[in-house]
Ligand binder design. Structure first.
Ligand SMILES: *Cc1c(COP(=O)(O)O)cnc(C)c1O
Length: 401
């Protein structure tokens, strides 16, 4: 086979128009609902946010749902409501976005990293117990790319040591673990509606729980710490000043944002089917490339994949270029990609604050140096996926050792 010259070497680029990494699919429903809200006279948290909460809790089968303004603040609210205080430790994964660790640190906690299983990219449940100390208050697993963590052993360990289980489900709105929906399993689950996520509102998030007391705490702290009962008394019996019960946050979701979420959520299963089709196309197009490792489909436990990220690992030992150069070459081909993620123990702030070092977590760092997330949203066509694969194949062939 003739080795085509990559654009980075002066060859013709695969795509003339740059393919964005995660273009969202926004329909008439979203647009009309936003306009309706703008015309309604009520812009902040109100009936639309409440409607999104009720649709969301039904979808993920949780008892309660509290809409917030980002996935990061969903995590922050969960960590705070779980009672994490200065000096407390929270066990989590280094294979996640900075926001996961930052949310712990904002409340004075220390993120205690536990290495991952390379196949699933998820925290290794069997390594958690040895990291538990008298300061450990919670465990915060992240369901990477839509593959749920092995929740049964995580919850068993947490129960044994009295730890709260807070899940970062930013990638896992559609995911199921052993037939159970993510959002209905741990003590508190946090979702993100960021611009690149499966359900998007641009910025937004949701916190779910099955515990009515926790739900009340989350709700009160999400909006200044103001008592809801005081508000209720106000409407029923005339004016009573509200009480501030806690120095709470301003994390509430506006009705403008919720308007987008309502219609995104209505399309969630349809959009998953579209991504499943693109996923299969990626698998069949890329399976012959020996310097590329494809994502796993099966693990030791049954699960439903949320198919948030299609991440490949490149084998640098078989290529003349490293991952960063591979990514730059893909950009030159007109293909936008993501890196999920560089292991957090290699980031300077966590090294400075907690003494983490490069080399601490071999599993996470193996992924960190090799991973590339290819475009995967319902906006993409099969032709787009074919372009991405053509570019990957071209680079893998040209730079093969
Ligand atoms: C996106 C994301 C977040 C943060 O969510 P935002 O809505 O962007 O604040 C947290 N954790 C993970 C794993 C994410 O992917």
């Amino acid at each position: 086979m003739k080795k085509d010259l990559p654009a980075a070497e002066g060859g013709k680029r695969t795509r003339k128009d740059f393919l964005l990494f995660a273009p969202p699919l926004i329909g008439k429903g979203e647009i009309n609902e936003v306009v309706d809200t703008l015309k309604s006279g009520w812009l902040t948290s109100g009936p639309k946010a409440e409607k999104l909460e009720s649709l969301f809790k039904k979808y993920v089968k949780s008892g309660f749902a509290v809409a917030v303004n980002s996935g990061t603040n969903a995590l922050s609210l969960a960590v705070n409501s779980a009672g994490i205080a200065p000096g407390d430790e929270v066990i989590t994964t280094p294979m996640t976005f900075s926001a996961t660790a930052n949310a712990i640190i904002h409340h004075g906690g220390k993120p205690v990293f536990v290495d991952i299983d390379v196949d699933s990219r998820n925290i290794r449940a069997d390594l958690i117990e040895r990291k538990i100390t008298e300061r450990t208050k919670a465990v915060l697993p992240v369901h990477f790319a839509g593959i749920p963590c092995d929740m049964d052993p995580i919850i068993e360990t947490a129960k044994k040591h009295g730890l709260t289980v807070i899940e970062d489900a930013a990638h896992a709105i559609e995911s199921k673990y052993r037939g159970r929906k993510i959002g209905s399993i741990g003590d508190i689950t946090c979702f993100s509606f960021y611009a690149t996520k499966n359900v998007t509102t641009g910025e937004g998030g949701m916190v779910t729980t099955n515990d009515p007391e926790m739900a009340e705490t989350l709700r009160i702290r999400s909006i200044h710490g103001i008592s809801k009962s005081a508000w209720k008394r106000y409407s029923a019996e005339g004016f009573k000043p509200y009480d501030t019960l806690y120095p709470g946050f301003k994390f509430n979701m506006t009705d403008i944002v919720a308007s987008v979420g309502i219609h995104q959520l209505k399309s969630v299963e349809k959009n998953l089917k579209k991504r499943e089709k693109l996923w299969k196309r990626y698998n069949s197009n890329l399976k012959g490339i020996d310097s590329v490792i494809l994502p796993v489909e099966k693990l030791a436990y049954p699960f439903r994949h949320g198919r948030h990220l299609y991440t490949i690992l490149i084998k640098p030992e078989m290529l003349k270029i490293d991952r960063n150069r591979f990514v730059n070459c893909l950009k030159d081909e007109g293909i936008g990609v993501g890196i999920q993620y560089t292991a957090l123990n290699t980031h300077s702030v966590y090294q400075k604050m907690f003494g983490y070092r490069t080399g601490d977590f071999p599993g996470a760092e193996f992924v960190s140096e090799r991973t590339i997330s290819l475009p995967l949203t319902p906006k993409l066509t099969v032709g787009d996926v074919d372009d991405v694969c053509e570019a990957v194949a071209k680079l893998a062939a040209y730079y093969r050792r």
